[in-house]
Design a protein around this ligand. Structure first.
Ligand code: RUB
Length: 331
């Protein structure tokens, strides 16, 4: 059995360990990994053996983190090239490379469009609150700042992994005035806030937004204070699986991200939970800003049928509720 190239393993393990993180980056990195897997394949000319190898690579990438749907969506997008009819592996290899490149380029373009559309929704002299680190949210905020509309951004720490520090650093690099606050200060500070701008890992068919743990508390505090909540998300963050009734799996990470290992050791009877994401209901979201337009969360199903109809069809045809590409390769 052909082993995966070193770069593919590095990307997969980078996603698992969160060296590579954030739903958009995870998706682009997975597409890149499949491209490298195809480029470096040297296992002979048998098309089915090649398909099996690509399917194993896809399943390996899918096993790294469960919540962000951008990962299976990116993998499914590229794997369409693997499953097209062909009897020459060079045809498949070239098609995989160009499909992966297309996904990566379109994904980067999408973030630019989101910044353009989202910045229009930010009013003059705004104070913004953001949570975790989202490339899409940072680009909306940065673009609105460039247009002179943002006076200050509050960035939450985002315990336990402190992705908020990445946001703070990036906004500072972009020249945006930013204040770092602990997550627990969100409701205290909310009276100063004009807009909440956050990203998404997965958006369900009913418009619920799955994002970093704590997002639903931020949205609840914003709702109470009548502060608008904008979600910046590319269309590949919408989940085709939820159309057939599947729930979004929430990742639980290691307790040692919450408390140090020696503390755990000294308190053996204490159970520590580390859920990494939560679900914000559509009622607490004012708009989702995508690269194809700004929509109310209730219109999520439109995005799914327009942009991901092909994936919904594939999922229905395969009859699989859990994607496993190896099962799709004929023996
Ligand atoms: C990151 C997170 C981000 C979304 C969107 O979680 O919740 O808000 O992924 O980010 P983690 P982006 O750090 O656990 O991956 O807009 O960059 O896709």
């Amino acid at each position: 059995m052909e082993a995966f190239p070193r770069e593919v393993v590095e990307i997969a393990e980078g996603i698992r360990s969160m060296k590579i993180r954030g739903a958009g980056k995870i998706a682009r990195s997975a597409a890149e990994a499949l491209k490298i897997a195809a480029e470096k394949y040297s296992g002979g000319r048998d098309v089915n053996v090649f398909r099996k190898y690509m399917a194993r690579a896809a399943d390996y990438l899918l096993s790294t983190r469960p919540t962000a749907v951008s990962l299976p969506n990116a993998v499914m997008y590229v794997m369409q090239a693997v499953f097209q009819p062909a009897d020459d592996i060079e045809v498949l290899r070239n098609s995989i490379i160009s499909t992966a490149n297309r996904f990566i380029n379109e994904s980067l373009e999408a973030v630019k469009r989101i910044a353009e559309f989202g910045s229009k929704r930010i009013k003059e002299n705004s104070v913004i609150l953001t949570h975790c680190h989202s490339t899409a949210a940072v680009s909306v905020i940065t673009e609105a700042y460039r247009q002179g509309k943002v006076v200050k951004v509050y960035s939450t720490e985002t315990r336990p992994f402190y992705q908020g520090r990445i946001t703070t650093r990036q906004l500072l690099e972009n020249g945006v005035p930013v204040v770092q606050i602990p997550d627990s200060a969100v409701r205290y500070i909310m009276h100063e806030i004009d807009h909440v701008v956050i990203g998404a890992d997965t958006i369900t068919s009913n418009g619920a937004v799955v994002n970093k743990i704590g997002t639903s508390q931020v949205a609840l505090a914003a709702h109470e204070a009548r502060v608008r909540v904008f979600v910046a998300a590319e269309t590949y963050k919408f989940s085709p699986m939820t159309v057939i009734g599947e729930l979004v799996p929430i990742e639980y990470r290691d307790p040692t991200e919450v408390v140090p290992a020696d503390w755990l050791e000294a308190h053996k009877n204490v159970k520590v939970l580390n859920p990494s994401f939560d679900v914000t209901p559509p009622e607490y979201i004012d708009a989702i800003i995508t690269e194809v337009g700004v929509i109310p969360p209730q219109a999520a199903i439109m995005i799914l049928t327009d942009r991901l109809g092909w994936a919904i069809d594939k999922i229905k045809q395969s009859g699989l509720t859990k994607l496993r590409f190896e099962d799709l390769v004929e023996e």
